[in-house]
Design a protein around this ligand. Structure first.
Ligand code: ATP
Ligand code: MG
Length: 559
């Protein structure tokens, strides 16, 4: 097979391998640093698989560290969800869960250190003025009139900021680097902002909060992180990351390495936008099975192994702007379930078939394999009776030439059972089909009929033994490949209004009781998963994970 192996490029893995071989690195320590301001999505899965994967491959540690510097947008509920997602994906963080806020005291002491060294100052400019003074890509910035305050004055003001003596926005602490730097991140970046907000970890202790830039590298250093892996938008921040390491008495020297973020077509991967979908009620919560969140994918029926495999397949590079085809994700789950999901029959659009030569009290049971290649999945029992359900799509009154399913006067095989022939179509007054009257050829169990070829096989369920199931058919949430590429059009304009279709189906009796998150292949239909919430309440609801047709494998064969 193409592309399936673990040979997809991963330049960070290669680089670390070389460093280890050259004796430059001893133990590898990485971290996954989410901000708890939303649920994790498939882009984060890439970062998780990369960071935890590197630690696993090189026998090192990966930390889970919440980047919790913005109390206004963060919540304990997100922390809990993120921990559950990482564990569900099958990864284990080393030691306790860490928080950037664990280091607030140390960061504050380091801020004072910079002030004493004349490398940071308290600025009274307003946020708008700071932006204006900063200049542009083509114009250098101008120094703030407060830039040359003495260390003593700055120390005093910083302390009073900390004690809550000033209003939000009244003052900030900035590094004193270079207002003319071609890299705007070095034009006296903000280190602390005043926020009179309660923090989920530190309560009301702090009235000032450190910026991401002032927090991240130092947290890495405190934890002894060796490789601080992040996405390419932080490339321009790297000189600042290093400036802090150079100018503070940090205990270690981590290195930032950037890679290209995952973009998936027909999908948005931004917590902010996903939160909007939740807040606007477009979807049924963060774990709606249409959401590209890890919890949504879990509820949809993805397995952790399939997501890890997908992340391995896409590789890790620095090539920006690429878009991964969602067909690849579908391929990853399909190939997992092909091998591991038991089979069942379920009719999604039932029409009744009366088998006229089968007696009313006929009660035959076929024992068939749970999975064609997995003896460990045992057998299932399929009762065969006079009345059965078949799918409306498997019958056509006036079929085109290559229609090998059921039609008036034509024969078809019932999967795992007999060949039947359609003798009569019964309609109601409105001309709609009410039932089909068919006859069974009892000489066709496990063998071909005499003297004629029957090509088609359709699935069916005994009407007397069918269990009703709700089936939720999901399609892409967006109609276009890049819903958020267009600046002038709101991404919500691109929503696919038909992303969810609910049908009432009839399933074989082996589905009468299923545990939450049990996955099946509904033969000829697709892969389905028992909805974890509905199943927990004893309701039979199945989410379609993915159809059977593998467009990705097809593309690979052609290519
Ligand atoms: P979002 O824009 O969705 O809020 P974020 O980068 O702000 O994402 P964080 O919680 O800060 O979210 O991300 C934690 C880690 O996950 C970071 O190291 C970030 O680079 C990485 N990450 C986020 N999105 C992607 C993506 N699409 N592909 C790969 N890594 C990602
Ligand atoms: Mg972020």
């Amino acid at each position: 097979m193409t592309n399936e192996s673990s040979s997809a490029p991963n330049f960070i893995r290669n680089q670390i391998r070389e460093e280890i071989e050259a004796g430059k690195v001893d133990t590898v320590v990485t971290r996954f640093p989410p901000e708890p301001n939303g649920f994790l999505h498939i882009g984060h899965a890439k970062s998780i698989c990369l960071n935890f994967g590197l630690a696993e491959q090189f026998g090192g540690d990966c930390h889970l560290r919440f980047d919790d510097t913005n109390p206004a947008k963060e919540e304990q509920a997100y922390i809990d969800a993120i921990k559950a997602d990482v564990e569900w994906l099958g990864f284990h963080w080393a030691g306790k869960v860490r928080f950037a806020s664990d280091y607030f005291d140390q960061l504050y002491a380091w801020a004072q250190h910079l002030v004493r060294e004349g490398k940071a100052y308290v600025d009274d400019l307003s946020p708008d003025e700071i932006r204006e003074y900063r200049g542009t890509l083509t114009e250098p910035g101008r120094p703030s009139p407060y830039r040359d305050r003495s260390p003593e004055e700055n120390l005093d003001l910083l302390e009073r900021m900390r004690r809550g003596e000033f209003a939000e926005g009244e003052k900030v602490l900035r590094a004193r680097i270079d207002m003319a730097s071609p890299n705007i991140n070095l034009r006296d970046p903000i280190l602390y902002r005043i926020r009179h907000a309660s923090h989920h970890q530190t309560g009301d202790k702090w009235k000032i909060y450190p910026s991401y830039d002032f927090t991240h590298g130092q947290s890495d250093a405190i934890e002894g992180v060796t490789h601080s892996v992040c996405t390419l938008e932080f490339e321009d921040h790297r000189p600042l990351y290093e400036w802090f390491l150079d100018n503070l008495p940090v205990p270690a020297r981590p290195r930032q390495i950037e890679f290209a973020r995952l973009n998936l077509n027909y999908t948005v991967t931004s917590k902010r936008k996903l939160k909007l979908l939740v807040d606007e009620g477009v979807v049924d919560g963060w774990d709606d099975p249409r959401m590209p969140t890890i919890s949504g994918m879990r509820r949809r029926g993805y397995t952790p192994a399939s997501i890890r495999k997908f992340c391995e397949m896409i590789g890790v590079t620095r090539a920006e702007g690429g878009m991964v085809d969602i067909a690849m994700l579908y391929h990853a789950i399909r190939s997992d379930l092909e091998d591991n999901a038991p089979r069942a029959m379920c009719v999604l659009k039932p029409i009744k078939v009366v088998l006229t030569n089968v007696p009313e009290d006929h009660d035959e049971v076929f024992e068939v394999a749970g999975h064609p290649a997995r003896d460990d999945m045992g057998v299932r029992r399929l009762p065969f009776t006079r009345e059965i359900w078949i799918d409306a799509d498997d019958f056509m009154e006036e079929p085109p030439k290559k229609f090998f399913r059921l039609a008036p006067g034509k024969e078809v095989r019932l999967r795992n059972a007999y060949v039947i022939r359609c003798d009569e179509v019964i309609k109601n007054a409105a001309g709609e089909i009410e039932e089909l009257r068919c006859s069974v050829d009892f000489d066709t169990l496990g063998r071909n009929p005499e003297g004629r070829k029957v090509k088609g096989v359709i699935h069916w369920v005994s009407a007397a033994h069918a269990v009703p199931v709700e089936v939720r058919l999901y399609d892409n949430l967006f109609q276009v490949e890049a819903p958020d590429r267009d600046r002038d059009v709101d991404f919500l304009e691109h929503l696919n209004r038909d992303s969810l279709t609910v049908v009432q189906g009839c399933a074989e009796p082996s589905l009468a009781e299923v545990a939450p998150e049990t996955r099946y292949q509904f033969e000829r239909v697709g892969y389905f998963c028992a909805d974890r919430h509905a199943a927990a309440e004893g309701r039979r609801v199945f989410n379609r994970i993915v159809g059977l047709k593998d467009t990705w494998a097809k593309i690979q064969k052609k290519g």
